[in-house]
Design a binder for this molecule. Structure first.
Ligand code: ZN
Length: 167
C-alpha cells in the first residue's frame, strides 16, 4: 500500500463521513458514509443506501461519484480525494479507478470485501491504467464503534471480531 500522510484535514473530512455513516445506520443501512473533496471543498457527500433505494449498487462511494460527476459536469474526477468510513468493496474500488480519483482515504478495513489492500488491492494494481494514493485506518476505531452499535449481519460480526483482534 502506498504510504500517505494523515493530515488534520483528513481527520476532519473523515469525521464528516462518519456522521453520514451514522445517518445510514439510522435508516437501517450498513453504516458507511463517503465524501468527495476537491481543493479542500466538499463536492459530494452520501450515506450508504442500497436497502432504501432497492439498488444493490447504491453504496456511499457510488452515490458520491454520481453526484460529483453531475456537479462537475465531468465523468472523470481528477484532483479529488474520496473519504469513506469503510474500505471500498471491489465494485466501488473499480468505479473509483474509472473516475480517476487521485487519493483514497478510508476508515475501517473490511476483512470480507476490502478492495483497497485488505482482501485485494484494485486501487493500486499496476495492470490497471490508474492507481491511487491510499491512506487507511483514519478514525478507524470510531467507524468500528458505529459498526458495533448498528451491525447485525454475520458479515458485520466478522468485522467486529476482526477489529477486536486487531485493535
Ligand atoms: Zn462498495
Amino acid at each position: 500500500m502506498t504510504a500517505g500522510a494523515v493530515s488534520e484535514v483528513d481527520s476532519k473530512f473523515m469525521a464528516e463521513a462518519l456522521l453520514l455513516a451514522e445517518a445510514a445506520a439510522q435508516s437501517g443501512e450498513v453504516p458507511v458514509g463517503a465524501i468527495l473533496v476537491k481543493d479542500g471543498e466538499t463536492i459530494a457527500a452520501a450515506a450508504n443506501a442500497p436497502i432504501r433505494l432497492n439498488d444493490p449498487t447504491a453504496h456511499a462511494e457510488i452515490l458520491v461519484l454520481r453526484e460529483a460527476g453531475k456537479s462537475l459536469a465531468n465523468y472523470r474526477l481528477p484532483g479529488t480525494t474520496l473519504y469513506v468510513s469503510l474500505e471500498p468493496c471491489p465494485m466501488c474500488a473499480a468505479a473509483i479507478v474509472h473516475a480517476r480519483v487521485d487519493r483514497l482515504v478510508f476508515g475501517a478495513a473490511d476483512p470480507k470485501t476490502g478492495a483497497a489492500g485488505t482482501v485485494m488491492n484494485l486501487v493500486q494494481d499496476s495492470r490497471l491504467n490508474h492507481q491511487l494514493t491510499v491512506v487507511g485506518g483514519v478514525l478507524a476505531s470510531e467507524a468500528a464503534v458505529l459498526l458495533t452499535n448498528y451491525g447485525h449481519s454475520p458479515g458485520d460480526l466478522d468485522l467486529l471480531i476482526y477489529f477486536h483482534s486487531h485493535g
